[in-house]
Design a protein around this ligand. Structure first.
Ligand code: FES
Length: 107
């Protein structure tokens, strides 16, 4: 059973935005996009930009620094989907947004 923890309040993540949260020393980017929540590693594997600050279109976030692209759904690098960054289960309970670090996002 995954252990969910509250990381944000609903109001802190309006539609079409991303936020960085820290859980157990890991930086996670949480997005609300087209009514759904997604959580992937925040630190871009290229040079470390914050993906939460990237531009999201068609379910894909583009890194704000050099435009590497990652799917929100599973963390796959769009140019080579066999490579993935971390992707996590995230849910909304009441006015709380909760994250589980140890269970992949189910889609
Ligand atoms: S730091 Fe993300 S593409 Fe370069």
């Amino acid at each position: 059973m995954a252990e969910y923890r509250t990381v944000l309040k609903r109001d802190e993540l309006p539609e079409e935005t991303g936020r960085t949260v820290e859980v157990d020393g890991k930086l996670i980017a949480i997005f609300r996009y087209q009514g759904k929540l997604y959580a992937i590693d925040d630190t871009c594997p290229h040079m470390g930009a914050s993906l939460a600050e990237g531009y999201v279109e068609n379910g894909i976030v583009t890194c704000p620094w050099h435009a590497w692209r990652f799917r929100l759904q599973d963390g796959a690098w769009v140019d080579n989907p066999r490579l993935k960054i971390g992707c996590y289960a995230v849910r909304e309970v009441g006015d709380e947004i909760q994250l589980a670090l140890h269970e992949p996002h189910s889609s």
